[in-house]
Write a protein that binds this ligand. Structure first.
Ligand code: PLP
Length: 425
C-alpha cells in the first residue's frame, strides 16, 4: 500500500511544497496532508483507507455532499457529447438563466474558470466602467491570487497597499486600499479622502478567509450607501457565500444590491468554474459587447456547465437552505456546548451553512480578534479531530462548510469527537 507519507515525499520533489494550492500542505497546522483516494457523501477516504467526515467540501463547492449521483450522472451524460467545443453551447444559456433568476442583482453574466478569474475580471469592469483606478478591499478578505488582491493593510486603516507576496509590483499594490472589516468609521474616512479615485469596493459579504466573520448589522448597507455616494461600484465576492448562505447568496440574506457579483465553487458543482455578473449596462461594456476585454478558452465548458447546473437544480429544492442551516446550527451548538463543558474558551460564528470555530471567549467580529484567538489550541484541536476521523480546514483562518449529506448521525459523531478532543486539550 502506498502511504500518505510516501506520496507527500514524492509530491514535494515535483511540486512546490508538494501541492497545487498552498493551504493543502498543512503548513499552518503542522504535520503532513493526507492524499484522498475517493469521496462520497460527507466523507473522504485517504489512500491508506482511513475515512474522514469532511467539513472542507473541496473548499465549498460540495454543498450536496461528494459524488452526488445527480451531479455525477449529469457529467457522465455531458462527457458523451464531447469535452470542450470552443463554440457557444446551450448549457451556457441555461446556466446564465439560472444565475440571473436566482440572483436578482445580476442581469447579465460571464462564465470564467475560477474565483480568481471572476474577481480579477470584476475589478477590470469596475475600472473600465468608472475610468478610475483604485480599488478597496478588506484586511483578511481573500479574493483569489490576482496582484490587486494580495495586499493587506499596513499599520493604519488608510495605509496604501503593501504587497504581501513578492512578485506583486508596488505600482499595482498602490492601487489597492485596504480597510479593517466591520469598521465603518474607517471606511467613511477612506472614502472621504480617496472617494473620487475609487473604482470599486470588493468585499466578502460574510468573510470566510479569516475564519468566518459575519458583517455587523447595517454594515453592508452602509458600504452600499458609501459606494453610491462616491460613484464607486460595490462588488460582492460571493465565491464562497453564493448559493450557500441562502439560495440568492449573502445579498439575498442581507437584502443588499451590489453592482457586480463574483461567483465560484458551488456553480461549478466541483468543476473549475467561476462567473461574474451584474447590472446590464455594466456587463454590456465587456467584450465583445463593449471594449473591456476578458476571454477564456475553456470558459462555459459544457461538462462544467452540466455539473454546475445539476448542483444548482438540487439546491433549489424547497427548504434546502433551511435544512442546511439547521444542520450547521446543530453542529456548532454541539461543539460549543462540549467546549463549555470542558471549560475551554471558545466561540462560534455561523451564517447559513458556513461556520467558524475560535479558541477565544470573545465574539469575533474583526480580523484583529480572529488573529488574536489561540491558534496553537486550534492546531491541537485540528489534529485531535483528524485522529478521530474528522477533517476540518487545515488552518485557523478558514471557514467550515456543512453539506446536505451531513446527516444527524454524522454531526453527532463529530460533536462526540470534539468532546473527546476538548477533554485532553
Ligand atoms: N474569492 C473567495 C471569497 C474565495 O474564497 C476564493 C477561494 O477560496 C476565491 C475568491 C478564489 O477562488 P479560486 O480559488 O477558485 O480562484
Amino acid at each position: 500500500m502506498t502511504t500518505n507519507h510516501e506520496l507527500f515525499a514524492r509530491a514535494r520533489q515535483l511540486m512546490p511544497g508538494g501541492v497545487n494550492s498552498p493551504v493543502r500542505a498543512f503548513k499552518s497546522v503542522g504535520g503532513e496532508p493526507f492524499f484522498t483516494a475517493r469521496a462520497d457523501g460527507a466523507w473522504l477516504w485517504d489512500v491508506e483507507g482511513k475515512r474522514y467526515i469532511d467539513y472542507v467540501g473541496s473548499w465549498g463547492p460540495m454543498i450536496v455532499g461528494h459524488n452526488h449521483p445527480a451531479v455525477r450522472e449529469a457529467v457522465e451524460r455531458a462527457v458523451r457529447d464531447g469535452l470542450s467545443f470552443g463554440t457557444p453551447c446551450p448549457a451556457e444559456i441555461t446556466m446564465a438563466e439560472t444565475i440571473v433568476t436566482l440572483v436578482p442583482s445580476v442581469d447579465s453574466v460571464r462564465m470564467v474558470n475560477s474565483g480568481t478569474e471572476a474577481t480579477m475580471s470584476a475589478i477590470r469592469v469596475a475600472r473600465g466602467a468608472t475610468g478610475r483606478s483604485k480599488i478597496v478591499k478588506f484586511e483578511g478578505c481573500y479574493h483569489g491570487h490576482g496582484d490587486s488582491f494580495l495586499v493587506k493593510a499596513g499599520s493604519g486603516a488608510l495605509t496604501f497597499g503593501v504587497p504581501t507576496s513578492p512578485g506583486v509590483p508596488k505600482a499595482a499594490a498602490d492601487l489597492t486600499l485596504t480597510l479593517p472589516y466591520n469598521d465603518l468609521d474607517a471606511a467613511r474616512a477612506l472614502f472621504a479622502e480617496h472617494g473620487k479615485d475609487i473604482a470599486g469596493l470588493i468585499i466578502e459579504p460574510v468573510a470566510g478567509n479569516m475564519n468566518c466573520i459575519p458583517p455587523d448589522d447595517g454594515y453592508l448597507q452602509a458600504l452600499r450607501t458609501l459606494c453610491t455616494e462616491h460613484g464607486a461600484l460595490l462588488i460582492f465576492d460571493e465565491v464562497m457565500t453564493g448559493f450557500r448562505v441562502a439560495l440568492g447568496g449573502a445579498q439575498a440574506h442581507y437584502g443588499i444590491t451590489p453592482d457586480l457579483t463574483c461567483f465560484g465553487k458551488i456553480i461549478g458543482g466541483g468543476m473549475p468554474v467561476g462567473a461574474y455578473g451584474g447590472r446590464r449596462e455594466l456587463m454590456e461594456q465587456v467584450a465583445p459587447a463593449g471594449p473591456i476585454y476578458q476571454a477564456g478558452t475553456l470558459s462555459g465548458n459544457p461538462v462544467a456547465m452540466a455539473a454546475g447546473l445539476a448542483m444548482l437544480r438540487l439546491i433549489q429544492a424547497p427548504g434546502f437552505h433551511d435544512d442546511l442551516t439547521a444542520r450547521t446550527e446543530r453542529l456548532t451548538d454541539g461543539i460549543a456546548a462540549a467546549a463549555t463543558k470542558r471549560g475551554i474558551p471558545f466561540s462560534v460564528n455561523r451564517v447559513g451553512a458556513m461556520f467558524g470555530l475560535f479558541f477565544t471567549n470573545q465574539t469575533v467580529r474583526s480580523y484583529a480578534q480572529a488573529t488574536a484567538a489561540d491558534v496553537a489550541a486550534f492546531n491541537r484541536f485540528f489534529h485531535g479531530m483528524l485522529e478521530h476521523g474528522v477533517y476540518l480546514a487545515p488552518s485557523a483562518f478558514e471557514a467550515g462548510f456543512v453539506s446536505s449529506a451531513h446527516s444527524d448521525a454524522v454531526l453527532d459523531e463529530t460533536i462526540a469527537a470534539a468532546d473527546a478532543v476538548f477533554a485532553r486539550l
